[in-house]
Design a protein. Structure first.
Length: 348
């Protein structure tokens, strides 16, 4: 008689629906998919879902619920399961997609996605998910709100420019659009003040923000955006995971001598992180010798300035992660001091 040693429920989360798959592993380490079903992504659907799982699982063996970090749609379910004191794991999407490529899946559907998540959970030793600090969630809400305000203000400014360029501009339209600009300016100031107050109210976050802001080109807004979008790097274990989560990982298609695509970043990641790193990278290239050297070396290699700037964005993001983890300030003179130490060693 088979004895099961592990039970996993893989969940493919969409805006309105949960597609789940129940899987078990026996003592011979053979995975077995036992059943699948769909549930509404609502509070009522969560209760029905948990009851269904209890009906088809062994009560003497813990059940692990595994899902991807899909924007914000997975959060309500993760919080509900955590409140029920159940084992929950939230995995970065790139981990699941990379794993799914190793499976013999010819048709990609919500059902096959949930099956891939279940197999992933059965084969891996996964960590328990813990809900992020409320401060990180609030920071993310505010930084994203500010981003929307800035986008709307840019649209209005472009409309003002177009209106003024006409042969006979409409004075009333221009006045109303100017008032909208003033309104958005006021909203942005209010959001920045709320962000600043939140950071100051938490001593640990305040200390991390001050350390990260020691990096050339990095300010408070960039820092809180990165911390907010990563929940304080909760799911990040190394620099490779971070760059992949942000969409800075490089993809390349090459086969023999006939197929050779240009390497490019995947952009299959958090767009808010990439957007937050754009202007800081340009500032770092101008004012920091380390990043200036990286930029110059890459431009001399392939001659594409934007490609080199993106590489600096990635390095800046990795630097933020390192400083957050080590809690040590950025050393702007590291290169010069290192070269001096090498020179002195050679003289001795």
């Amino acid at each position: 008689m088979k004895k099961f040693v592990k039970q996993v429920v893989g969940i493919d989360v969409a805006q309105k629906e949960l597609v789940v798959c129940l899987g078990k592993m026996d003592d011979d380490l053979r995975p077995e998919l036992c059943g699948s079903r769909s549930f509404p992504n609502t509070a009522k659907g969560f209760k029905i879902f948990v009851e269904w799982v209890k009906k088809f699982t062994d009560v003497a063996l813990p059940v692990r619920f595994v899902m991807e970090a899909t924007g914000v749609y997975h959060e309500a379910l993760a919080y509900f399961l955590d409140d029920q004191q159940l084992e929950v794991t939230v995995v970065l999407p790139n981990k699941i997609s990379n794993y799914a490529r190793t499976l013999d899946i010819k048709t990609v559907t919500d059902k096959t996605a949930s099956e891939a998540i279940t197999r992933f959970g059965l084969e891996r030793n996964l960590e328990q998910w813990h809900r992020p600090k409320k401060v990180f969630k609030t920071l993310r809400q505010l930084t994203r709100e500010r981003d929307q305000v800035v986008q709307l203000r840019s649209i209005i400014k472009n409309q003002i420019h177009a209106e003024r360029s006409e042969a006979e501009p409409n004075t009333g339209s221009l006045d109303r659009m100017k008032k909208q600009i003033l309104f958005f300016d006021k909203q942005e100031k209010e959001i920045i003040k709320e962000l600043s107050d939140l950071v100051k109210a938490d001593a640990n976050i305040k200390g991390s923000v001050d350390l990260i802001c020691s990096i050339s080109g990095i300010g408070m807004l960039t820092t809180v955006t990165v911390l907010a979008e990563t929940n304080g790097f909760e799911l990040i274990r190394n620099k490779g995971q971070l760059t992949s989560y942000a969409g800075y990982d490089v993809k390349e298609k090459q086969s023999g001598t006939s197929v050779k695509g240009k390497p490019r970043i995947s952009k299959r990641g958090n767009k808010y992180l990439r957007k937050a790193m754009h202007l800081p990278a340009l500032a770092a290239i101008r004012h920091d010798e380390r990043f200036k050297a990286v930029f110059a070396r890459l431009v001399s290699k392939h001659g594409i300035k934007m490609k080199a700037a993106v590489a600096v964005q990635r390095k800046l993001l990795e630097m933020i992660y390192i400083i957050f983890k080590t809690q040590k300030p950025y050393d702007k003179n590291y290169l010069q001091r290192n070269e001096a130490e090498i020179t002195n060693g050679m003289l001795i």
